[in-house]
Each structure stands twice: as structure tokens, then as C-alpha cells.
Design a protein around this ligand. Structure first.
Ligand code: GTS
Length: 215
């Protein structure tokens, strides 16, 4: 299978971490799509993913899967432990809920901040920017960090007692926060401690160590 991505992108990182957790990296050929040159908005790529976003998984039979959550669900079903999307009906439901919440309240909000209230991918790619909307989303992300801090004061992982896809989504949020230089609020001690613990996982350490390619 192929994965179209940009190696240091926060969303692609989610799939790269999932692949490493499932020990599936050697089954994948990575194809770089240069976001900074707007390659993800060209017709050839849009034919694979209508949304024009990375990452995209393409199977050897040509079937294409986009969206980090969908790709992770697929990869999780391919191989054994650790299970990233839950075993019981309740675990599966909670992990989906917390993953979506990580996107809405933190990761996607930081992404909107990046695209609207910073130079983003540059004037050739960012054809419409709304700074006020971007700044509101930055504030939303900061509120989201406080929410996840409160969650982690009560339980060891974002979706409960075990590492899951929801933790990976919040890690994506940390990666994007670092790119846009949005500091994690000092008072979010449980969140910061959790992130230190996440970096003990080889999958996360390996992802954080990737040097950004020139763009
Ligand atoms: N909902 C999508 C998912 O979960 O896969 C979001 C994917 C997404 O926004 N990917 C970013 C992208 O394509 C990649 S990165 O910013 O993490 O590197 N952004 C380009 C754009 O123009 O929005």
C-alpha cells in the first residue's frame, strides 16, 4: 500500500504513529506530496482525495482511504496489539468520541489558526484567509488543552485506561502547536506530563525526531 503524505505534517504524523504502533511500516511506500507547493490542491491529487488533504492511503487494488480516523481504523484491523480503536463496543464508542473531540477542540482548531492567522502555506496556497476566525480558533484550541488537562487529571489516557487513537490525535495537536509556536498553558500540568509519557513510546519518539524536508 501507498501513503501520500508530508513526513512532518501533524495529521500525517497520526497515521505514521499508528503504523509504527502496529509494526506495519515496512508494508507501506510513502509518497511525498509537497503542501508548500500546493501539490495537494492539484487535480491529480484531488481525484484521489476530494478534500485535498493529507494523508491518503491507497491500497494495491487502487482503493483509496482518506481521513486519519478512517485510515487508523483500517490499519488497526489489519494487525494485532496494541488495539488503537478499542475492543468492546463501549471502548470503540468512547475512543471515537474522544478522537473527534481531539480534532474539534484542539487539532483542527490549531490547523485553522495556522491557515488563517499565520502565513500558513504561503500566498500561493492560502487563497482565502480570515484572521479573526483564525484567532478565535487559536483561543478554542487553548480551551481544548484545558479540557484535555482536566480529562487527564482523572485517567491515564485520553479515552480511559489504555493508549488509543484518541491519544494519537492529541499528539497531532501537540505537533501542530509546536509548528505554530502555540505554548501549552503552564497550568496544564496533567496534559504536559501525559505528553512526556507519550514520548516514551518509540512510535512517538520516532515521529518527533523526523527532520522537516526542505520545501
Ligand atoms: N480531517 C482530515 C484528516 O483527518 O485526515 C484533515 C487532514 C489535514 O488537514 N491534513 C493537512 C492538510 O492536508 C496535512 S498537515 O497540515 O498535517 O501536514 N493540510 C493542507 C490544507 O491545505 O488544508
Amino acid at each position: 500500500m501507498k501513503i501520500y503524505d508530508w513526513p512532518t505534517g501533524p495529521y500525517p504524523a497520526r497515521v505514521r504513529i499508528a503504523l509504527a504502533e502496529k509494526n506495519l511500516q515496512s508494508d507501506v511506500e510513502f509518497v511525498p506530496i509537497n503542501l508548500w507547493k500546493g501539490e495537494h490542491k492539484r487535480s491529480g491529487f484531488l481525484a484521489k482525495n476530494y478534500s485535498g488533504t493529507l494523508p491518503v492511503l491507497e491500497l494495491d487494488n487502487g482503493v483509496v482511504l482518506a481521513e486519519c480516523t478512517a485510515i487508523t481504523v483500517y490499519l488497526d484491523a489489519l494487525a494485532g496489539d496494541p488495539m488503537l480503536t478499542g475492543r468492546t463496543p463501549l471502548e470503540k464508542g468512547v475512543i471515537q468520541m474522544m478522537t473527534k473531540r481531539a480534532e474539534i477542540e484542539m487539532l483542527d482548531a490549531i490547523s485553522v489558526y495556522f491557515h488563517h492567522a499565520t502565513p500558513g502555506l504561503g500566498p500561493d496556497v492560502e487563497l482565502y484567509q480570515n484572521q479573526e476566525w483564525g484567532l478565535r480558533q487559536r483561543d478554542k484550541a487553548l480551551r481544548g488543552m484545558h479540557y484535555f488537562d482536566a480529562v487527564l487529571r482523572k485517567q491515564p489516557f485520553i479515552a480511559g485506561e489504555a493508549f488509543s487513537m484518541a491519544d494519537i490525535a492529541v499528539i497531532g495537536g501537540f505537533i501542530f502547536a509546536a509548528i505554530v509556536e502555540l505554548p501549552i498553558p503552564q497550568e496544564c500540568v496533567a496534559l504536559s506530563t501525559w505528553f512526556e509519557r507519550m514520548q516514551e513510546r518509540p512510535s512517538v519518539r520516532k515521529q518527533l525526531a523526523i527532520v522537516p524536508p526542505k520545501h
